[in-house]
Design a protein around this ligand. Structure first.
Ligand SMILES: [Zn+2]
Length: 309
């Protein structure tokens, strides 16, 4: 519509001021973690909720990658088969979502291999991508490098890095509780805030990329398999499209050379790849401010907050 308005104005040849420019296009991969489910159960149930997310992604032409915690999978439900058959990529998120900061690497890697075996059985092919639970790469550079060598060398994985980190999981937790409690006004307020937060997150990491690299990058967005995306993914994808997003596969996004840069971050926490390549003191200003905003608006003690079980 914006492009049509612009060409009409040009064709008329008048002095019509065009109010809005078309959005600048950018490539972004949609990734969904913690399959087959995380957080409060959706009233539709886990199977129908997963099918709703698949349907939305197909309708928007999104080649999504889903990161599976294989110990959460009930094979009798056929959920992973539905994702696979819809053309989505199944990827490894460690079987039990074990915390690498607390789990000895041999046991943690055993969980990676266990999930690899299950996923290969479903796809009949090697699994291309792995993502660390909590985005924790290891408690020290030594463990980080040892585990990375095993993942990328022995196991042959590419790491599913994230550029647009966000607090979707926290909003989803509040949203899921509100849905279970039947608190529709609170669920709607959280859904509206979700869209605002995610678009602000994309803007923020585009600015971070410009600041560090002098250019935008191909982005990777982190979402989870939860009630929030079961109900709101269509609105999110529509809003991203209007913002200029072009949905690409994770493999395509990871071809951006930014993801081949060495990791400079030596801490143990889960951050955006754009932080890890060159940590700066003000990198997390948006993350911290938006976290405080979520807690102020929706956390315990916020005005109008409802207590949920
Ligand atoms: Zn996870």
């Amino acid at each position: 519509m914006r492009a049509l308005a612009l060409s009409s104005a040009l064709l008329l040849g008048g002095c019509v001021a065009v109010a809005s420019e078309p959005p600048s296009p950018y490539d972004i991969a949609i990734t969904i973690d913690d399959l087959t489910w995380v957080g409060p159960t959706h009233p539709k149930g886990e199977v129908a909720a997963n099918h709703a997310m698949i349907h939305t992604l197909v309708a928007h032409g999104v080649p999504a990658t889903v990161f599976v915690n294989c110990d959460r999978v009930d094979p009798s439900l056929g959920i992973l088969e539905a994702w696979r058959d819809a053309g989505m990529e199944l990827a490894n998120h460690q079987a039990a979502h074990d915390d690498l900061n607390k789990t000895p690497p041999p046991a943690w890697l055993e969980g990676v291999r266990r999930c690899d075996t299950l996923l290969r059985g479903l796809t009949g092919a090697p699994i291309a991508h792995f993502r660390y639970p909590y985005l924790y790469n290891g408690p020290s550079p030594a463990v980080r490098d040892q585990v990375l060598a095993e993942l990328t060398g022995t196991l042959g994985y590419a790491i599913g890095r994230v550029s647009v980190d966000n607090h979707e999981w926290k909003i989803a937790d509040y949203y899921g509780q509100a849905v279970v409690a039947g608190d529709q006004p609170r669920a709607e307020a959280l859904a509206d805030y979700y869209l605002e937060h995610m678009l602000a997150g994309v803007d923020n990491y585009q600015a971070v990329a410009q600041r560090k690299l002098g250019r935008d990058i191909d982005h990777v967005l982190l979402l989870h398999a939860n009630s929030l995306n079961t109900d709101q993914l269509d609105r999110l994808l529509t809003a991203l499209e209007a913002d200029g997003a072009r949905f690409v596969s994770l493999g395509q996004a990871l071809k951006d050379p930014v993801y081949a840069l060495p990791q400079a971050y030596e801490g143990k926490w889960g951050y955006s790849w754009l932080y890890r390549i060159a940590p700066l003191d003000d990198d997390r200003a948006w993350d911290d401010a938006s976290w405080q905003e979520i807690e102020a608006r929706f956390g315990e003690g916020a005005p109008g907050a409802t207590a949920h079980p």
